[in-house]
Each structure stands twice: as C-alpha cells, then as structure tokens.
Ligand binder design. Structure first.
Ligand code: S3P
Length: 176
C-alpha cells in the first residue's frame, strides 16, 4: 500500500462496495470493515430494525458517530460505507480529512435498479417499492441527488458489469 491511511469505498446501494472491499482487503492483507456491520454489531440490531425503531434521522447520527470512531481508531484497513453515508453530516469532508484513498464505485442506475429490486428486503429506503418501474424512477432521481457527494471522492471507478475483480485491480493500480 502506498501509505497506511484507510481506504474508503463509497457508492450507491448495490454498487458492490462490500464485495470489492472484502477482496481488496484480502489482496492487501489488511482488515476489512463495513460501517453498516459495525453499527449492527454495536446496537445488536439490523439496519432495518434501527430505521424502524429509531427512525432515519437517528440512524444518520449513529452512522456519523460510528464513522468518526472508525476513522479515528483504524489505519491500514479497507472501509466500506453505507450508500447514504457520504450524503449526511458533512461526512465527505470528515473522510477526506483522514485519507485521500476514497473510491467511488459508479454503477448506472438502470443496472442498480435491476439488482436492487431483487435484494430490496434488507434495505429500508427501498423495501416498500413494489414494481421495477417505480424502483427505476426512485433510484434515477435519488442517485442524481447523491452524485454531488459521491463525486467528492478522489477516484471514480465505473463498474457496470459484475466485475468486482476488475474494480479491485483498478483500485490497486491507483494505490501503487
Ligand atoms: C443506505 C444504504 C445501506 C444502509 C442503509 C441506508 C442508503 O447500505 O446504510 O440501508 O441510504 O443508501 P448499503 O449501501 O450497503 O446497502
């Protein structure tokens, strides 16, 4: 690794942050952390339960404080964030104050919609969307709104196929 600061992966739900993160951390032989899993472990609840019991505003504040805590406690690791993490509480500025290794995995919204429609249950923001058409409409608009935050990343990597191996290779080449 070029330096030992944390490598942060960001991008919309379903873009492959976790699978890329796991593979990348194996290649680099460093720890892998997933912010949602850190939160679930700490609160002994799933993200959906936290949304349900405490609401999204409280979830965003928990997310911000766990992000702070991970960034201040870990170096030399790969950290994958939730799709919304960069978009709240000035989190992008916080992340960039710790590391320049910030990678946005950019997948087009049509592909994301197809993927997410099949895996919506665990995702409280989209779990009640009933049709693929509604899913496309929602994600198109939502992704557009979030892009301004994602594009603050140091590097953007387009990944429209299920090609996490290639994304890992690209990240490794940008790191070295
Ligand atoms: C969210 C994305 C989820 C999770 C929560 C909210 C979002 O993470 O943090 O459901 O706002 O996009 P994934 O991107 O890992 O699905």
């Amino acid at each position: 690794m070029s330096d030992n600061s944390v490598i942060v992966l960001i991008g919309y739900m379903g873009c492959g942050k976790s699978s890329v993160g796991k593979k990348l951390s194996q290649k680099l032989n460093v720890k892998f952390l997933d912010l949602d899993s850190v939160i679930e472990k700490k609160y002994s609840k799933s993200i959906s339960q936290i949304f349900n019991d405490l609401g999204e505003i409280k979830f965003r504040s928990i997310e911000n404080s766990e992000l702070n805590s991970v960034l201040s406690n870990y170096k030399n690791c790969v950290l994958s964030l939730g799709g919304g993490t960069p978009c709240y509480h000035d989190n992008m500025r916080l992340i960039l104050s710790y590391t320049t290794n910030v990678f946005f995995i950019d997948v087009n919204s049509e592909i994301l919609s197809e993927r997410l429609f099949k895996k919506k249950e665990k995702r409280p923001l989209i779990s009640s969307i009933d049709t693929i058409e509604e899913m496309k409409q929602f994600i198109n608009k939502h992704y557009f709104e979030r892009r301004q935050f994602y594009s603050m990343a140091t590097h953007s990597i387009t990944s429209n196929r299920n090609d996490s191996e290639n994304v890992v290779k690209e990240i490794l080449s940008l790191l070295n």
